[in-house]
Ligand binder design. Structure first.
Ligand SMILES: Cc1ncc(COP(=O)(O)O)c(C=O)c1O
Length: 484
């Protein structure tokens, strides 16, 4: 299916393209082409999308048609646009690049690229022994067809036991094993969010959750988190009461990207509000295993649930390994059955071998997680030290856990910075990726999951391009930013 973007839509995405930092050095057409490349780079303009006709875009941008013609020519020359007479022009990739699963394109050929776009760690050393032990166990399952839509019972047991240990009594029947937390969210949305239903999310939030919501064509409203202080309880509860959403999606532990931890009292009030407004509350516990300061964790959101309003999702990607693709849903047993019936139409079941590997890793959970926490705490501190040394004007809340730091920049320059950083071999996730409407340009997410040397080098390179961005052409950034 070909999708197309209208002139007005592209103009909105392009925003202040004519006053981007560095802009004074280039003619209009080059600035326009650069801004379109930027949108492609940070994934806000998908690949294979038909761009508006030159005349339509020229009108929408209030520039001459010659400017758009020259910009399209430049995009064709760099391989970002393919045109066919009479059929239009589509966004494409330059040679030698491939499409990542995220829809972002990544250079194949640049081994020097430091990827600060991914907030996940390399596998623990226990992974290979766990995989060997799992392979040894596989013969037990080979006499069956191997489809288990709800998951292997031993893994469901292990996950349920971990919830029970955290203070939420849980039986294996309440657990559905999924292909990662992402599939857990997608399945819950498929079941609970018909097209056009209203959904409340945090802003900023996890971009792939926004993608899953977009696929359901949900009507999204947001609760803005303060970068320094996190959720505003009164505003969050008021947003629940006003929008009465079908579903609310929150990341209570070390929120991605801000790193905030939701206090126990707000958890309790949020569950009560969800009950009062008839809202299904989805708590994404992706980072729950990763407190880094040795502090006691607040109780899981599900502890306060007396009316089956809370669906918890989680997985093994952050404390163990994303490549396992093991996640889960914790819900009532009947809801688990309905989700399992739905998942049969999606991917039937999760792979048996990976689930066995997960069982073995969970047997070693205390030691694996302890090492991971120590590693992440050290890397967080390295990142902070590098930021304070090289980019002292950036401000940030120091997260007490998780994998991400949400830095407030010295101007609304996030997308421009990400484009410039790409040129010096650092991939960044700019602020607007974590919101809905192109705002959050004053922020960038910096994960601290890479090895310390990479983090230091990445910050050094980012600082070098930051100081090259044209300060004179910088928009007036002292006006208060609106975070929706
Ligand atoms: C908040 C959040 N939810 C879900 C996911 C997806 O995790 P998984 O790899 O388990 O699908 C991530 C990964 O970054 C995440 O940060």
């Amino acid at each position: 299916m070909t999708t197309s973007v209208r002139g007005g839509q592209l103009a909105r995405l392009l925003g202040q393209w004519h006053s981007l930092p560095g802009r004074h050095r280039s003619p209009d057409y080059a600035a326009l082409a650069g801004a379109v490349r930027g949108l492609l780079t940070d994934g806000r303009l998908p690949l294979g999308v038909r761009l508006p006709a030159e005349r339509e875009l020229a009108e929408a941008l209030a520039v001459s048609r010659t400017t758009v013609t020259a910009a399209y020519r430049s995009l064709r020359e760099t391989g970002h646009l393919t045109s066919r007479r009479g059929a239009g022009s589509w966004t494409t990739l330059p040679n030698g690049h491939r499409v990542a699963s995220s829809g972002l394109w990544t250079p194949d050929d640049d081994l020097d690229m430091i990827d600060m776009g991914v907030a996940a760690s390399a596998a623990p050393v226990e992974l290979v022994p766990a995989a060997r032990a799992a392979a040894d166990e596989l013969p037990r399952f080979l006499g069956t067809a191997g489809y288990h839509p709800t998951g292997l019972m031993e893994l469901r047991d292990a996950v349920a036991a971990a919830y029970t240990a955290r203070g939420v009594p849980t039986s294996a029947e309440q657990i559905l094993i999924t292909s990662g937390t992402q599939q857990a969210l997608d399945l819950v949305l498929r079941l609970s969010v018909p097209a056009g239903a209203s959904v409340l999310v945090e802003s900023p939030t996890y971009p792939n959750a926004l993608a899953a919501l977009a696929a359901r064509r949900a009507r999204i409203s947001t609760h803005g988190l303060d970068a320094a202080t996190g959720w505003d309880g009164e505003l969050l509860l008021a947003a629940m009461r006003q929008t009465r959403p079908r579903l609310a999606y929150v990341i209570p532990e070390f929120q991605n990207p801000t790193g905030h931890l939701m206090p126990a009292a707000l958890r309790e009030r949020l569950v009560a509000a969800a009950h009062a407004t008839g809202t299904e509350l989805v708590a994404d516990e992706s980072f729950v295993d990763l407190p880094l300061n040795g502090e006691a964790m607040p109780p899981p959101v599900a502890v306060f649930d007396r009316h089956s309003r809370v669906v918890t999702i989680g997985g093994m990607s952050k404390a163990y390994w994303g490549g396992l693709r093991i996640g889960w849903v914790r819900a009532s047993a009947p809801l688990v059955q309905r989700l399992a019936a739905l998942r049969v139409g999606v991917d039937m079941a999760s792979p048996v071998l990976e689930q066995l590997v997960a069982v073995h890793l969970l047997q070693d959970a205390p030691s694996i997680v302890a090492v991971r926490r120590a590693q992440l705490a050290a890397r967080r501190d390295t990142l902070i030290e590098a930021l304070r040394e090289h980019l002292p004007e950036w401000r940030f809340f120091v997260p007490s856990g998780g994998v991400t730091l949400w830095a407030e920049l010295d101007g609304p320059i996030s997308s421009a910075l990400a484009r410039a950083a790409e040129d010096v071999g650092v991939r960044l996730a700019p602020g607007p990726r974590f919101g809905l409407d192109g705002t959050l340009e004053r922020f960038v997410r910096l994960p601290f999951s890479l090895p310390p040397d990479d983090l230091i080098e990445a910050i050094r390179r980012i600082a070098s391009v930051r100081h090259d961005l044209d300060r004179a052409a910088r928009p007036a950034w002292r006006t208060p930013a609106v975070i929706t």
